[in-house]
Design a protein around this ligand. Structure first.
Ligand code: UDP
Length: 246
């Protein structure tokens, strides 16, 4: 990264810098962690590099499976080069197993395995605390066209199938995850943001006696143990199985 790379945006866990090519940006992962809309904050040395590696590997893997993503190339241990996109203000959450907010908002019991994955849309707005949306509200708010919503649903379902398989290969249950999409300079909808243990629930299938062992940000949210140990475990399992084939 050059000294002249201008900071365009700073989020809770990432910084976005301009690149020399105006159609590109540099995505830099921070060590910071936040939870509960930043009510809980901390920093973990090495988290940025781990999340960068995990995200890059997953973006490359998805690209190889014909999923359009913003990922272009690696840059440093904690940053990669991506297409500059306009982020669509939707947090798209896929749930394979019930956990977290859905169990607080409904009578669905934690750990219930869904017959079909559930896709929930949240409005990406910290001031409003990212409220859950309905399809009709998305239409009413004019966030995206109906056809684009269909594209996003299809991509999200495909990503879920690919990554459920990816994680099961490394003995991880992909319980749920959040993704974001953006429009690139051609107007194409591409997967953007990141895919890391900050944004998904990963349960260790090697855990003893059927207990839930979280290898994701729930460690930080609910003080379940060392976060770096969990993220390193994910990274190491990925390296063992996938790194030569991605
Ligand atoms: N998630 C996220 N960012 C958010 C909200 C949720 O990445 O602002 C992820 C979260 O890590 C989990 C999934 O989306 O993997 C579902 O989260 P849930 O709705 O259960 O919210 P939580 O109870 O975790 O706040």
């Amino acid at each position: 990264m050059n000294i002249e790379n201008k900071l365009i945006y700073e989020g809770k866990a990432k910084k976005i810098f301009a690149n020399n090519n105006p159609a590109e940006v540099i995505v830099e992962f921070k060590d910071d962690a936040t939870a509960f809309n930043a009510a809980k904050k901390s920093s973990f040395e090495g988290k940025g590099e781990l999340n960068c590696f995990i995200s890059e590997t997953i973006f490359k893997y998805l690209t190889n499976q014909n999923i359009p993503t913003h990922y272009i190339n690696s840059n440093s241990k904690s940053s990669f080069i991506a297409q500059k996109v306009d982020i669509i203000p939707l947090e798209v959450v896929v749930r394979n197993t019930a956990y977290g907010s859905i169990c607080k908002q409904t009578n669905i019991k934690p750990g219930t395995v869904f017959k079909e994955p559930l896709i929930d849309f949240y409005f990406k707005d910290d001031d409003l605390n990212d409220p859950l949306l309905t399809i009709d509200r998305i239409k009413l708010m004019g966030i995206i066209e109906q056809e684009e919503l269909i594209v996003i649903r299809e991509l999200t379902n495909k990503i879920n199938l690919i990554l459920t398989e990816f994680f099961s290969t490394i003995q991880i249950n992909l319980v749920d995850f959040k993704v974001e999409y953006g429009r690139n300079h051609n107007g194409q909808i591409v997967l953007a943001d990141e895919f890391s243990p900050d944004n998904c629930r990963l349960w260790d299938l090697q855990a003893n006696n059927g207990n839930i062992k979280s290898l994701d940000k729930d460690r930080f949210r609910h003080d379940l143990g060392d976060l770096i140990e969990a993220y390193s475990e994910i990274s190491n399992r990925i390296k063992k199985i996938f790194i030569s084939s991605t």
